[in-house]
Design a binder for this molecule. Structure first.
Ligand code: ACO
Length: 359
């Protein structure tokens, strides 16, 4: 029988813990809700990387190193931008990141994390027919990447919301993309390769590709009054509802609450939030009936979609933005895996035909 390795413990980690029954996410000793409300992206990265990457003791130096690495990545990417035109934003980000060479061990994590932010911004703008924006190395990482994506600086509330999103999604146990990163890292293939592999896994709609389709669903539903009928028809057609269900959570994903509270602070979003709430309620009702043996609840992608839309980020860029934030987690896991010195190499059970002996 095909298996998704459900409940298999494939790694030990100090980085994050997903308690699927309680709906709790712990990131290196901190509850997500506490971290997302207080930490800058640099602080969250330093927390995750400690012991795996030589991080500076002060956050200002961390910012400086990421800023310098963004400038280096931009110079590296500029000649490649004319070749991106026919790709989607995520495909273009994948291509740019693939061009990053392996580096010197101490600097490599900074170069790869900065490159992910710059690659996402350049990929989104180039594939939309817009000029790429040079980094401003004096800015914190989140503020600058946000500016590079949109072509203009955000106000303080927007930047804080974007940064809080990046912290919220920075790490999440052994999800598919993180597992991919760890498998590649276990071969000693180095960080750029591990991060590209992770991005490839993130891209799919069952993982990090869901938030764009969440907005497509809200657009198709149109008004709160249509929600029940639309959801029921979609389930009858055998479709999966984007933004619902999770391999580990049996209750609401705690990240959904954090992101919902963040988007609710923005003025002018009341109608969109009301529509989303109606669709969410209809989906949860329908999924309870449709899959009575399985507890399916709202996952991170549902309110990710609303928040990134409120921040004026085009939906083609939702997966690249997820990827640029999660890169810090991928790097930490890759380094943690490297430290074990153990190649990940499971076995398969052969169920194919055996050679027929000649009579
Ligand atoms: N809509 C409709 N049916 C669903 C949904 C959904 N969103 N999620 C699960 N189901 C169904 C499955 O089809 C399956 O039905 P079956 O037993 O008849 O085959 C049953 O519920 C049980 O599925 P699970 O084993 O709980 O789901 P699984 O662990 O395989 O998948 C996944 C988890 C991929 C996230 C799934 O819930 C899904 O496809 N959701 C929609 C896409 C999505 O939101 N992805 C983002 C996930 S969050 C993240 O990765 C960052």
């Amino acid at each position: 029988m095909g298996t998704g390795l459900d409940n298999v413990i494939a790694a030990e980690t100090v980085l994050s813990h997903v308690d699927g029954e309680a709906g709790r996410l712990i990131i290196r000793g901190h509850d997500l809700e506490e971290l997302a409300g207080s930490a800058s992206y640099e602080q969250a990265v330093a927390l995750l990387w400690a012991g795996f990457v030589p991080v500076p003791t002060d956050i200002a130096s961390m910012r400086d190193r990421l800023g310098a690495a963004r400038a280096k990545a931009f110079t590296h990417f500029v000649p490649l931008l004319p070749s991106l035109g026919r790709l989607t934003a995520t495909e273009a980000m994948r291509l740019l990141l693939s061009s990053i060479p392996d580096g010197e061990s101490g600097q490599e994590p900074f170069d790869v994390l900065a490159a992910a932010g710059v690659a996402a911004a350049c990929a989104m703008r180039t594939t939309a027919g817009l000029n790429s924006v040079e980094p401003d190395i004096s800015l914190p990482h989140a503020a600058d990447v946000f500016r590079m994506i949109r072509g203009r600086s955000g106000d303080a509330d927007e930047v804080r919301a974007f940064e809080s999103y990046l912290v919220t999604i920075i790490d999440h146990g052994l999800n598919a993309s993180t597992f991919a990163a760890r498998v590649v890292a276990s071969t000693a293939a180095r960080l750029p390769s591990a991060v590209v592999a992770a991005l490839c896994a993130l891209k799919g709609p069952l993982h990090g590709g869901a938030p764009g389709p969440v907005l497509d669903m809200l657009d198709a539903v149109g008004t709160p009054g249509n929600a029940d009928a639309w959801i029921s028809d979609a389930l009858k057609r055998g479709e999966r509802l984007m933004g619902f269900g999770h391999r580990v959570y049996r209750v609401r994903d705690p990240r959904a609450n954090v992101l919902k509270m963040t988007v609710a602070k923005f003025k002018g979003r009341a109608n969109r939030i009301a529509l989303a709430e109606a669709v969410e309620a209809a989906a949860l009702r329908a999924l309870r009936d449709f899959k009575s043996d399985r507890r399916l609840d709202t996952n991170v992608e549902f309110y990710t979609a609303l928040l990134l839309e409120a921040l004026d980020i085009p939906r083609a860029g939702f997966t690249p933005v997820f990827g640029l934030g999660r890169t810090a987690g991928w790097i930490a896991h890759a380094r943690e895996q490297e430290q074990t010195g153990r190649l990940i190499r499971p076995q398969s059970r052969y169920i194919g035909p055996w050679p027929v002996k000649a009579a």
